[in-house]
Design a protein around this ligand. Sequence first.
Ligand SMILES: Cc1cc2nc3c(=O)[nH]c(=O)nc-3n(C[C@H](O)[C@H](O)[C@H](O)COP(=O)(O)OP(=O)(O)OC[C@H]3O[C@@H](n4cnc5c(N)ncnc54)[C@H](O)[C@@H]3O)c2cc1C
Length: 311
Amino acid sequence: MIDALSKAFFGTLADSRTLKHAASRYGMRSPRSFARRFIAGHTVDEAIAVARTLESQGLTHTLDLLGESVADEAGAAAATDAYLDMMPAIVEADVDRNLSIKLTQLGLDLDRELCVTHLRAILARARDDGFFVRIDMEDSRYTQVTLDIFEQVWREGLTNVGVVLQSALRRSEADLTRVLALGARVRLVKGAYREPASVAFQSRREVDEAYVRLLGRLLPHGTFPAVATHDEAMLGAARAIAQEHGVAQDRFEFQMLFGVRRDLQASLRAEGYGMRIYVPFGREWFPYFMRRLGERPANVAFVVSSLWRER
Ligand SMILES: Cc1cc2nc3c(=O)[nH]c(=O)nc-3n(C[C@H](O)[C@H](O)[C@H](O)COP(=O)(O)OP(=O)(O)OC[C@H]3O[C@@H](n4cnc5c(N)ncnc54)[C@H](O)[C@@H]3O)c2cc1C
């Protein structure tokens, strides 16, 4: 219940233009500013620098150019170009080639076909340059269309792409069946958005139980699944299921967010598990940042104390 209220509260705040303005002014101002705990920086060069540091620690990464729900076609084209331009820079830097994208950033709200055209362009370049691209899952208004577009490009032969399923959504059991049948790669998360009871479990217990149920199918039957969580109970369940079904450490990976539970990131890696860090960067960091606050209101204390130190 508190989880749901917290997500709703921070979701509402995320729509506040005044707050966005104030946060944008201070959040990334210096290398020690509060938003930098979760966001790698404004530019692809800053993201690559973080990627290098992670690789030196034995971790891998997926780079995410922040942005969602673009307002017009020019915005969608600019985001697409930014992804296309980013790839040569990553190749040149010789770091791991793995990207995460959101379909609303490519114009899904404006025109489905435009979005698919942009996605195709990114996936084609990505395939030629050896990148894997994960389509992030947004709120439940987009679940069906995201999976449909994913399957459409997959069937066209652009198979260097994977999706995300959210255990909070009641539909995810059926969606997992669909994606497993394709043999595509799934990242399993709990779900970052406040959703109505008609489509989503409302209690933490139900979301967690669903996560474990989905893991029970995904780990033995999925193609290189990504177990994306910081929850020690979920991590324990994943390890137990993998062991029970003889799923070797190199047949799946754990994923965590940049700046969250760095202790667990290091300890799982030290045990020999693959650990991929989701590294967001870019100027449009505010909605992402607010979702992170909503997941753990203790982060607010961290922001306030950072602001106090920096004043
Ligand atoms: C790699 C990755 C990709 C993701 N992609 C998506 C996506 O495409 N779509 C989507 O809806 N969601 C996505 N998420 C977010 C996810 O849905 C959850 O909102 C988020 O991971 C928190 O849930 P949890 O499983 O860590 O469990 P929780 O029960 O929320 O948290 C467990 C513990 O983890 C720590 N923790 C969790 N979040 C934070 C935080 N923000 N700050 C500090 N500590 C924290 C705390 O110690 C907490 O007690 C992604 C998450 C990861 C790790």
